[in-house]
Design a protein around this ligand. Structure first.
Ligand code: GLU
Length: 309
């Protein structure tokens, strides 16, 4: 795909957070991003989003990688670990700061909750510390100033989306009070560093995308193409995950699970006489991948057997 002086024409990725074993919902994002990349002759990389030690489960990263391999999802190149990339995040923070885009914020979660309106990325920060810290208060987090420009993008599945960050989100955190870099910044720095051209991920991140595009513009890096897949939900409408008790797929049989993932993604299945090995089924699915078969919905119920207890 890539010659020394050309940019890749398609480079995609799967970026799991190692908070537990892969479950049906995360496998949907893995398979969707993999098939879209391979169908377009692209590269597919894996990035471990292990930036948040309190939320991590020891061994989960290794376990996720082993599960991906068992499901026939073989990635290109080395796995990137966000925990090894603090210098790059720091450089991005310094650049934003040098451009006058950041300010220290002393507000606690409680204070914000008491004064803020709900917005598209949680509560809308009311701007308390925007013009300077109140007397006697110390900065806890760093926020990026947003403006009133409309951020528009055309999602490959969900259609056109638009946010006016000042109105819908407010100045957002790029370095948290616990000193960890925020997801929004890390993802932009990492996608740019590896020259990602296509981001295929769950629609729970659709509302984060304008913030990421805004940071891309401030940092002067390209905006990739986006396609946000429907997110697998349980019977009460919650996203499958550790908190909702989703069943881990580390011990499940890929031969039965992969066809369910393809059905969830509304893809055709081969009319074969017997079960196919993961690699064989994926080979077929790469050839027949058609993202237009997916409906532009943000959520879809997961099959009952993946909901756990
Ligand atoms: N780590 C994020 C998650 O597991 C995905 C981030 C992304 O794809 O941009 O939800």
């Amino acid at each position: 795909m890539e010659t020394p002086d050309s940019k890749p024409t398609y480079r995609g990725r799967f970026a799991p957070s190692p908070t537990g074993p892969l479950h049906f919902g995360s496998l949907v994002a893995a398979v969707g991003s993999y098939l879209d990349a391979r169908h377009h002759g692209g590269e597919w990389l894996v990035r471990m989003e292990d930036l948040d030690p309190p939320r991590e489960v020891p061994g989960a990263a290794t376990d996720i990688l082993r599960t991906l391999e068992r499901y026939g999802l073989h990635w290109d190149g080395e796995v990137v670990y966000q925990s090894h990339r603090s210098a790059e995040y720091q450089a991005a923070l310094e650049r934003l700061d040098a451009d006058g885009r950041l300010y220290g914020c002393a507000c606690t979660r409680r204070e914000i909750a008491d004064n803020a309106l709900p917005g598209q990325g949680g509560t809308i920060y009311p701007g308390t510390c925007r013009e300077g810290l109140p007397d006697g208060r110390k900065a806890r987090a760093l926020r990026v100033r947003v403006d009133t420009t409309e951020v528009n993008f055309n999602d490959g599945l969900q259609g056109s989306s638009s946010q006016q960050l000042g109105r819908d989100v407010g100045d957002f955190v790029v370095r948290r009070a616990d000193n960890l870099v925020a997801y929004q910044l890390a993802v932009v720095v990492d996608d740019a560093a590896r020259q990602m051209t296509h981001i295929v991920r769950g629609a729970d991140l659709l509302d984060s995308t304008p913030r990421q595009i805004y940071l891309q513009r401030l940092l002067g890096v390209p905006t990739p193409a986006y396609l946000h897949l429907p997110v697998a939900i349980n019977t009460t409408g919650e996203k499958l995950g550790k908190q909702t008790g989703a069943r881990g797929l580390d011990t499940a049989d890929p031969v039965t699970v992969l066809p369910d993932v393809l059905r969830f993604l509304r893809q055709e299945l081969p009319q074969s006489t017997g079960p196919l090995a993961p690699e064989e089924l994926l080979e077929w699915a790469i050839e027949h991948w058609d993202s237009a078969r997916l409906h532009a919905v943000r959520t879809r119920p997961a099959p009952a057997e993946y909901l756990g207890n």
